[in-house]
Design a protein around this ligand. Structure first.
Ligand code: ARG
Length: 229
C-alpha cells in the first residue's frame, strides 16, 4: 500500500478546526468545503472514508492531535510555517493565502494606519494573530477562539475590525454586504495538509493525489465550486 501505515478501522481521521468557511464548515448537518473535497480525494485513493474531527486549532499546530492518535491528517486552511514544520509534517502548498482586514463597509478603514486606536479581532494561534501582534501595535488586538466568534464580535460592535485570511473574509463579505474587506496584507502564505511528524509516507500520498488533481482539472473544479462567483 505504498508504505502508508495501516489506518485504523478503514478510516482516515482528519482533524480540523470549525468553522472556517469555505474551507470547512457545517451545512445541513455535514462538514463541507474546499479542504474537505480535497481530502476526500486522498481518502478515496486510500480506499477509506474521511472522518472529520473538530479540535482546537492549536492542538493541530503543536502536533498534539497527531501524537495522541486523534487524527491521521489535518486540513484546516492551515499555513505552512517554519515553527509548525518543526513539530508536524506538511504536504506541499495547496492554496495561496494572504491576510485581510474586514470591517463595516462604511468604516473607512482602508490601511494599517486606519486601525490606530481601533480594536481588531484575531483568531487564537493563527498567522493573523501573529501578524497583528507584530505589526498592528497601534490597535487593540482582541483574540477569539475561532473565526465565527471573531465575526460575531464585529457584528456585535465589540470590535471594529477583524484580521484573518483573505479567503474566509472575502467569503463572509460576499454574503454580508454591510461588511467589506478594507485591505489585504501580502503575507504570501501557503496552506498545507499535515500529518504526524515523521509520517512522510502519508504526506507523499497526499502530494501525489493533489498533484494529480491539479493536472487532471479536478482541483480547478473544486476551486470553482467553493470560490467561483
Ligand atoms: N491560515 C491561518 C493559520 O494557519 C488560519 C487558519 C485557521 N483555520 C481554521 N480552520 N480555523 O494560522
Amino acid at each position: 500500500e505504498g508504505g502508508v501505515p495501516l489506518l485504523e478501522e478503514g478510516k482516515l481521521k482528519v482533524c480540523t478546526h470549525l468553522s472556517y468557511q469555505p474551507f470547512q464548515f457545517e451545512r445541513d448537518g455535514d462538514v463541507v468545503g474546499f479542504d474537505v473535497d480535497l481530502v476526500d480525494l486522498v481518502a478515496e485513493e486510500l480506499g477509506v472514508e474521511q472522518e472529520i474531527v473538530n479540535t482546537p486549532f492549536e492542538t493541530i499546530t503543536t502536533g498534539a492531535a497527531f501524537n495522541t492518535g486523534e487524527c491521521d491528517l489535518a486540513a484546516a486552511g492551515m499555513t505552512i510555517t517554519p515553527e509548525r514544520e518543526e513539530v508536524i509534517e506538511f504536504s506541499e502548498g495547496y492554496f495561496d493565502a494572504n491576510q485581510a482586514v474586514l470591517s463595516k463597509a462604511d468604516s473607512g478603514i482602508s490601511d494599517e494606519a486606519g486601525l490606530a486606536g481601533k480594536s481588531i479581532a484575531a483568531q487564537t494561534g493563527t498567522t493573523g494573530l501573529q501578524y497583528a501582534e507584530e505589526n498592528l501595535g497601534d490597535a487593540e488586538v482582541i483574540t477569539y477562539e475561532d473565526l465565527p466568534l471573531s465575526l460575531q464580535a464585529l457584528q456585535n460592535g465589540e470590535v471594529e475590525a477583524v484580521i484573518n485570511d483573505n479567503g474566509v473574509l472575502y467569503d463572509f463579505a460576499k454574503e454580508n454586504t454591510d461588511y467589506a474587506v478594507g485591505f489585504d496584507i501580502q503575507t504570501g502564505e501557503q496552506y498545507g495538509i499535515a500529518a504526524k511528524k515523521g509520517n512522510t509516507a502519508l504526506i507523499v500520498k497526499v502530494d501525489e493525489v493533489i498533484g494529480a488533481a491539479r493536472e487532471d482539472g479536478t482541483y480547478d473544479g473544486i476551486y470553482e465550486e467553493w470560490f467561483g462567483t
